[in-house]
Write a new protein. Structure first.
Length: 244
């Protein structure tokens, strides 16, 4: 018996319509971004810092980056704390723009946090020494960065600071898809002074993505590894035969 697969044919008019819709969506998105950047320019000209600060939370990272750049040019001290928070943005470009803006505002905390997220041990020590509570929020936010190295460095920095507000976000980071991030989060939790005993126990292992770490009740050699279904079935059958 011969199986025949019928592959649908996509006709020219359909392709034209699909292409038109795609171009239309692209143009609408571009128009929206241009409108937002125009709004930033008008707010910058009017020295409306509050409006530009609002755009630091825009869903489009390009708008957030442009807003950070505008605040750096305006050099309004009221923008310091929002820019410090923007150092934890998931996108590299926004963090870079926020760091430059804070440098223009002569705020040294911005450079320390930025360098910590780059993995600078010197910056870790300096941030721990000054113990500025404003550093916690962007570091917690950076646990959700797209770059795994940034997430890991955020966890390592929180390990140095030992702030109790970091415990719950670090527990969530135990389910990160990156083993480096999971290891950094586990190490950070173990050193948190206010972490309850159960939390410290969960931090002694590297959680699998989406899973909750638990204590082993037996030696790893006493049972088959997870994922080997046929081995579990084999050992269960042998145990049943032995009892019989």
């Amino acid at each position: 018996m011969t199986l025949r697969l019928r592959i649908p044919v996509i006709h020219g008019p359909f392709l034209l319509k699909a292409g038109f819709v795609a171009c239309l969506l692209l143009l609408l998105g571009t128009e929206s971004r241009c409108a937002d950047k125009g709004e930033i320019s008008r707010a910058e000209y009017a020295k409306n810092t509050e409006k530009i600060v609002e755009l630091l939370e825009d869903k489009d990272f390009r708008v957030r980056e442009a807003a950070a750049q505008a605040l750096g040019r305006m050099r309004d001290p009221r923008a310091v704390d929002p820019l410090v928070n923007a150092l934890g943005d998931p996108m590299d470009g926004v963090r870079d723009a926020a760091a430059v803006a804070l440098k223009n505002l002569n705020e040294p905390l911005g450079e320390r946090i930025y360098e910590c997220l780059k993995g600078s041990k010197k910056a870790w020590g300096e941030l721990a020494r000054i113990n500025d509570p404003r550093a916690i929020a962007p570091l917690l936010k950076a646990l959700g960065a797209r770059d795994g190295n940034v997430r890991a460095n955020a966890a390592w920095t929180l390990r140095k600071l030992g702030d109790p507000r970091a415990v719950e976000p670090l527990i969530n980071a135990l389910g990160d898809r990156s083993p480096i991030v999971r290891g950094a989060a586990a190490s950070a939790i173990r050193l948190q002074p206010d972490a309850p005993e159960t939390v410290a126990l969960r931090a002694t292992v590297r959680a699998r993505p989406g899973a909750t770490p638990t204590r082993r009740t037996a030696s790893p050699m006493s049972r088959p590894r997870a994922g080997h279904g046929w081995m579990r079935t084999f050992f269960a059958t042998m145990a049943t035969a032995a009892r019989a």
